[in-house]
Design a protein around this ligand. Sequence first.
Ligand code: DI6
Ligand code: FE
Length: 403
Amino acid sequence: MNLLLTNATLVTMETNDTGYQLKANHFINIINGKIAQIGGMASCPLLSSGKQFDCENKLLTPGFIDCHTHLVFAGNRAHEFEQRLTGVPYQEIARQGGGIMTTVNATRKATEAQLLAKALQHLSGLIKDGVTTVEIKSGYGLDLESELKILRVAKQVEQQAKIKVSTTLLAAHAVPPEFKDSPDRYIDYVCNTIIPAAVDAQLVDYVDVFCEGIGFNLQQTERVFRAALSFGLGIKGHTEQLSNSGGSALAARMGASSVDHIEYLDETGVKALAESGTVATLLPGAFYFLRETQLPPVELLRAYKVPMALATDFNPGTSPIASLLMIMNMGCTLFDLTPEEALRGVTCHAAKALGLAQQRGQIKVGFEADLCLWNIEHPAQLAYEIGTGLLAARIINGGLCND
Ligand code: DI6
Ligand code: FE
């Protein structure tokens, strides 16, 4: 199917550009879901087949990419939110068997249909904010059957909603009760059973590990990454969220596409990211929701030219926030990003975090025609306003969506 977009103001977000480089009065010719031609309206081709859509000089960006979510889970943790507000810390709730395990227990019991219905409900918030690609992690199953169930639901999300899904196996999210006294045996199980089965069922693109005092240590993290790499999977890490334990540098040395959270990352860690081309994914939603005070090293990341992505980390425990525009605002107000950095963080840099830098996240000939049209006069408005209904239209796979 072909689509000709006319009279658009392009915000192309090409990786090597600085500044917004707005291109007014442009057309985009889309053929078979890909951007085939871009140019000024003076050279706009005549439509021979397909549809034409007048963008009325509105701003057109790449479709947004939410490169870190835990979208598939059951239940909610409102009760633990209340507990935290009376002074019980997040880590303490986890130590008492709540936290991640609360959600694991609910998720293990849920059917695929129940999980899918809830995931689609939550996804609708992201879609309203212009998300056209979403990464979905497992990690609330922690046994073979339940981890695969979550990944299957993630694949169903892709079939049922107009969205591209990238799947990540996060079986190493917490030690399940069955392995309480032997976390290393759980890691054996992850490496020898869960990863091979997920690969076999073609359910997984990436493998992730929660490398933290309340998660897994460096040695365990390295074992999981090695197993993933041996199957040709990509790796990424939840690292330096609550302490500086060296997980980001380890992940970078092993070729991770991204390291995520990284509030406690130091200069040595930043250098390791710069050397390996690993993306630093910032998650201000979790920082906000946990009322953290340790800020990620944004100045250092800039100085070492490490690409910064921004994502919702949508999950029931630390970031129940299904709004990527809100996260862009938080990236600016809490982490001092510029609105341009925030926009790069949900387009070209988020694509790189998912290994999709050559296909998505930029408006460029040959790229996938996933685009967003906005009711705005300036790109900075995307990070500036909250809840004002900025999205005019989404284009997915070259087709106009009426969400
Ligand atoms: N870090 C997080 O912020 C989420 N997972 C992780 O490793 C939170 C998970 C939860 O509390 O349910
Ligand atoms: Fe997360």
